[in-house]
Design a protein around this ligand. Sequence first.
Ligand code: SF4
Length: 358
Amino acid sequence: MLLEVEDLVVSFPTPDGLVEAVRGISFSVDSGQTLGIVGESGSGKSVAVQTTVGLTVGARVSGRALLEGKNLLSMSPAELRAVRGATIGMIFQDPMSSLHPYYRVGWQIMEMIRTHQQIDKSAARARVVELLGLVGIPRPEERVDDYPHQFSGGMRQRAMIAMALALNPALLVADEPTTALDVTVQAQIMELIRHLQEELGISVILITHDLGIIADMAHEVMIMYAGKVMESAGTRDIYYSPHHPYTAGLLNSLPQSGQEGQRLPSIAGQPPSLINPPSGCPFHPRCAFTMPKCRTASPPLGLVDTSIHRSACWLPAELTGSSAETDARRHAASAAQGGSVPSAVEGNPIPDPGKDET
Ligand code: SF4
């Protein structure tokens, strides 16, 4: 296993109280595999991964994050600096602000290489030209001397990917890499990441709020909500046999072909404050299947149907799927346990994807 994170807890002291951003999550990434981490804004997905590489200064952290057997959470800042870039490459959301506008693109990538490796300028420059070509920048031997403002948004993100790959990392972390890009460029960047992952054999952690983006990229998917893992499984199980109502709600929220003129389905209510998270299951104020024990007892991340399909939900394990029929069975199971629909959901039910809402 390349990266194993165990019982990670991250909180931030603020004037309003302690923000419990990540609340005891575990996950792992195998060599050559892609893990997709999905959740709404504020679910803790970026904080969890950034904490493992020491980018959450001021946070209170506990747990373990073993990279090739070494605990990243107990490393000194200097040791972590050596890991970042060399073993773990990172791509952030906004390519517009990730590059310094004052310096040439090629120079910035060269600096990164020369910080970690003892090589002369001409060798570093040759490596940068090679990398820019690898990520699809046309005429890299000329564009290496461009300033960031001479690159389009998609080219800047390609340059950031080149920088992240410069030292042949074993793990690439892509944190919402396409959020700031238009849709056609998004598709190109995702295709580039997939191509590089296959060609170079690296592992990838792909963080996104959009389940649609990772459908054909991730080997496994982890769904986060309110700082916890709600469901984790192989990608096929997440898309075709989701167990957790939150996962099913995310899938129902994806735009479908043939929905012209219909309201886009959404999950009722708002994500909770992590200063004072809900008791029991954190999703219970927004869940259409809430049972009395959902309000008081936090469900464990239990096995659903395969050795890696896990869900943190009190509903019976066999209730998988995102169809109207499965929802009817979820309602029946909930009602049998004395369930009722929370006020956040009343009047704004989780839509039936087969129902015309015009
Ligand atoms: Fe949470 Fe209960 Fe809904 Fe499952 S049924 S997601 S445990 S509120």
